[in-house]
Design a binder for this molecule. Structure first.
Ligand code: FPP
Length: 226
């Protein structure tokens, strides 16, 4: 969800106002994704690297997250959305963890869209943690294949993303779902996150539908008449 700081700077506002405005984009994206029947939506809210930001900005981000969960839980429940956190929750403040636990517990039995929030998340750290888990479980080298490894990630049991959307024109993956995006189609939009609304998401989905996915293979030749 990139471009919040630049959105605020364009308006001569403090950076945190960009984060605040970005909450409306979160609401829009969750609602439209659920309505479109998207199976899983993952929003990258806070990376492990984001702790390097000023403490006041981190505090605002955590506060926004807590408020969002409090205000939106009823809507998530009404829309049969299951909420999950991916990332290391141990480093989060107890009040934030408590709010996340409530949202995860209350939506756990929902059967509609899975809404992941990546929080204190790092793709590399996730892969290292999965490798450690495999070692601790005593998995023999010959038994460890891609499917088994994927089952040790935060996203165990979830399908790989089909589409990766990057806002604000950045051409980077930024440590996001490194294992899972192996074959994801990438859509980069210049739109800053606080301006990213349902129509931008639709535009990305429509562009995705026109992509020709080959997964490293070749396109089947057209059948010609005999
Ligand atoms: C990146 O923009 C954005 C973030 C680090 C935070 C995104 C978080 C939210 C929108 C709120 C989280 C809450 C919920 C409910 C998911 P940036 O600050 O790096 O922008 P810039 O690149 O323009 O400086």
């Amino acid at each position: 969800m990139d471009g919040n700081g630049r959105w605020a700077a364009d308006r001569h506002l403090p950076r945190v106002e960009g984060h605040r405005a970005g909450i409306e984009s979160v609401r829009d994206s969750v609602e439209l994704s659920a309505r479109l029947g998207i199976e899983v939506l993952t929003l990258y809210a806070f990376s492990v690297e984001n702790w390097k930001r000023p403490p006041a900005e981190v505090a605002v981000l955590m506060g926004l997250l807590k408020r969002y969960l409090k205000l939106e839980l009823a809507t998530l429940l009404a829309n049969n959305v299951r909420f999950r956190v991916i990332g290391s929750q141990a480093e989060l403040a107890p009040d934030v963890r408590a709010e996340l636990d409530v949202a995860q517990d209350k939506t756990a039995a929902n059967t509609g869209m899975l809404f992941n929030i990546a929080l204190n998340y790092s793709g590399r750290a996730e892969i290292v943690a999965a490798a450690r888990r495999a070692l601790r479980a005593g998995v023999a080298p010959d038994e460890l294949d891609e499917a088994r490894f994927a089952g040790l990630l935060y996203t165990a049991g979830q399908p790989d993303p089909d589409l990766l959307i990057r806002t604000s024109g950045e051409m980077r993956v930024s440590n996001f779902l490194l294992w899972q995006i192996a074959y994801a189609e990438i859509w980069v939009t210049e739109t800053y996150w606080p301006d990213f609304r349902a129509r931008h998401l639709l535009e990305a989905v429509l562009a995705y539908q026109k992509r020709d996915r080959r997964y490293g293979g070749i396109k089947e030749p057209a059948v010609v008449g005999r």
